[in-house]
Design a protein around this ligand. Structure first.
Ligand code: ITT
Length: 188
């Protein structure tokens, strides 16, 4: 690992890294990118998937690392796609999701951050934002951003300029940053 980083973010998704980096910079944590495909176990628990993913990431990069596993949970679909969000995005995409929902648009986005290093097999931090699915895709964001409207807003994540201060990712990373800051001061 390059000395200029406090830890790495392992993922195949550069968009997730870019946002995580911007968020952790506000907590004075320098995040490097370890681009790779991670093993994802089949489970209905994001936490179990995330825990396995960060242990797999540590076995590859052999340095302190976080991974993130996200899920979009739609109330009217009993929480679908949830842990299958990545697969569902690749197969039916936002158009497919919009066809599946009609009157009840309530949804939530959850981010699980899992940290692994030589001392911690995996340490989990969770962040959730409530919201709803938009009637149509709006804005040019990545992933589900054009169809997710956070609670209290009228615009989608893709249209909002302050996504990174209110997102599910900000909530999980804020918890991680507070914990990580204490570990660093104990180690010194
Ligand atoms: P890695 O597992 O390699 O990190 P991934 O893109 O497969 O990357 P996830 O399984 O965590 O990541 O994400 C599930 C899906 O949710 C995937 O399609 C993402 O593009 C999407 N997603 C995650 N966070 C998002 C966000 O903030 N805005 C929009 N879409 C998001």
């Amino acid at each position: 690992m390059r000395q200029s980083y406090d830890l790495m973010f392992a993922s195949s998704n550069k968009n997730k890294y870019n946002e995580a980096k911007e968020i952790l910079t506000t907590f004075n944590i320098a995040l490097g990118f370890y681009k790779c495909e991670l093993e994802e176990i089949q489970s209905d628990s994001l936490k179990k998937i995330a825990s396995h993913k960060s242990q797999n990431a540590f076995s590859k990069c052999k340095c302190p690392v976080i991974i993130e596993d996200d899920g979009l949970f739609i109330d009217a679909l009993n929480g679908f796609p949830g842990p299958y969000s990545s697969y569902v995005f690749k197969t039916i995409g936002n158009k497919g999701i919009l066809r599946l929902v009609s009157s009840d648009l309530r949804a939530k986005f959850t981010s699980i951050i899992s940290f692994s290093d030589e001392k911690n097999s995996s340490k989990i931090f969770e962040g959730t934002i409530l919201g709803k699915i938009s009637q149509k895709a709006l804005g040019n964001g990545w992933g589900y951003d054009p169809i997710f409207i956070p609670e209290g807003e009228t615009k989608t994540f893709a249209q909002l300029e302050n996504k990174n201060v209110l997102s599910h990712r900000h909530k999980s990373l804020e918890k991680f940053a507070k914990w990580f800051g204490k570990q660093v001061s104990i180690d010194r």
